[in-house]
Ligand binder design. Structure first.
Ligand SMILES: Nc1ncnc2c1ncn2[C@@H]1O[C@H](COP(=O)(O)OP(=O)(O)OP(=O)(O)O)[C@@H](O)[C@H]1O
Ligand code: SF4
Ligand SMILES: [Mg+2]
Length: 312
């Protein structure tokens, strides 16, 4: 059953007087229980995408339906069912409150638990993210990064959500504890049948998430546009879009994929200077042609979805 539908969803920002697309004409449908990987470099529009899904970012144009209803008329349900896990776990928590005081109001509000049961519910929630309940009396600055991220996940779960948007959830953590957090997120997804929307710039991490959950659908974003979409393993082994080829070939942790040719030909470009018309990748693309400068290509299925004039 359809849970999320984006139709030509567009977010325009003003950056020092320049127009920037945080998201541009994104069409996407996500069914209940379906998880996706959102891939792309810094500034591609991944966080904007995540914030739109959660209802934290208004659309400038286009539509977003959650459970078939326009997001603007569905904010109460969105707040309960769609939760965000932030990149920086410590600053995502309220610094002046203990963990207990940060999470209890949400349990009370969304789980309709009262009295002694409240404390029990909180303890169980903390245990479900492998945190000792005694830690609930601490303040965020008294936690390690890994503990803080587990507590953010517990806070997200306190509303009993259906969708978890995890935006680079381990990027700021020590390498040694990253796997533990990803294992927790993927287990929660499996145990609770959640939709996990995992946002990452790191293909090695994406590969691990895909290994844990299997057969994940992925979207590759550039300049706020979806440029490629399909099964993650297929995208990794047979990237079609020049930008995806670049991502795959520049990923140090992946071996034997491509010839590095794209990397050598790639033009470096600050993301804020992207063209507003045509293909956003045109200024960097070794294969650019006239059509690319005028309009964004239609989708081609070759064998998975790609938006590039090489294929359409
Ligand atoms: N609040 C804002 N005001 C102005 N411009 C913004 C704002 N938020 C995002 N942008 C711009 O929108 C584009 C997409 O940003 P976004 O944060 O979604 O990218 P990202 O893929 O999450 O990048 P990163 O990997 O660095 O987190 C960028 O050009 C960014 O500068
Ligand atoms: S549409 Fe054109 S500019 Fe964009 S990636 Fe394809 S060939 Fe390159
Ligand atoms: Mg981001």
């Amino acid at each position: 059953m359809e849970l999320i539908r984006l139709e030509k969803s567009t977010v325009v920002f003003e950056n020092e007087g320049r127009k920037v697309y945080g998201l541009k004409d994104v069409n996407l449908r996500i069914n209940e229980g379906e998880s996706i990987l959102v891939l792309g470099e810094s500034g591609a529009g991944k966080t904007t995408f995540g914030r739109v899904i959660v209802g934290l970012q208004k659309l400038t144009k286009g539509k977003y339906f959650y459970r078939g209803k326009d997001y603007r008329k569905n904010m109460k349900l969105l707040r309960k069912e769609v939760q965000y896990v932030y990149q920086d776990p410590i600053s995502a928590l309220n610094q002046s409150k203990t963990i207990r005081d940060s999470i209890l109001p949400s349990i009370k509000k969304w789980r309709k638990v009262r009295g002694e049961k409240l404390e029990e519910e909180l303890d169980n929630l903390l245990k479900s993210v492998e945190i000792e309940p005694e830690l609930k009396n601490r303040y965020p600055y008294q936690l390690s990064g890994g503990q803080a991220q587990r507590i953010n996940i517990a806070r997200a779960l306190s509303t009993n959500p259906r969708v978890l948007v995890a935006d680079e959830p381990v990027t700021m953590l020590d390498a040694s504890i990253r796997v533990g957090i990803v294992d927790l997120l993927t287990s929660l997804k499996n145990d609770r049948g959640l939709n996990l929307i995992m946002i990452t710039h790191d293909l090695a991490l994406a590969r691990y998430v895909n290994y844990r959950l299997g057969g994940m659908r992925s979207i590759v974003i550039y300049g706020g546009r979806i440029v490629e979409e399909g099964n993650f393993s297929e995208i990794l082994s047979d990237p079609l879009h020049p930008y995806t080829k670049f991502l795959v070939e520049s990923s140090e942790d992946l071996e034997g994929v491509g010839s590095q040719e794209i990397l050598k030909k790639m033009v470096y470009q600050e993301t804020n200077d992207l063209p507003l018309k045509g293909c956003p990748f045109a200024p960097r693309c070794p294969f650019v042609r006239d059509a690319c400068l005028n309009s964004f290509p239609e989708v081609a299925e070759n064998p998975h979805r790609v938006f590039c004039y090489i294929y359409s």
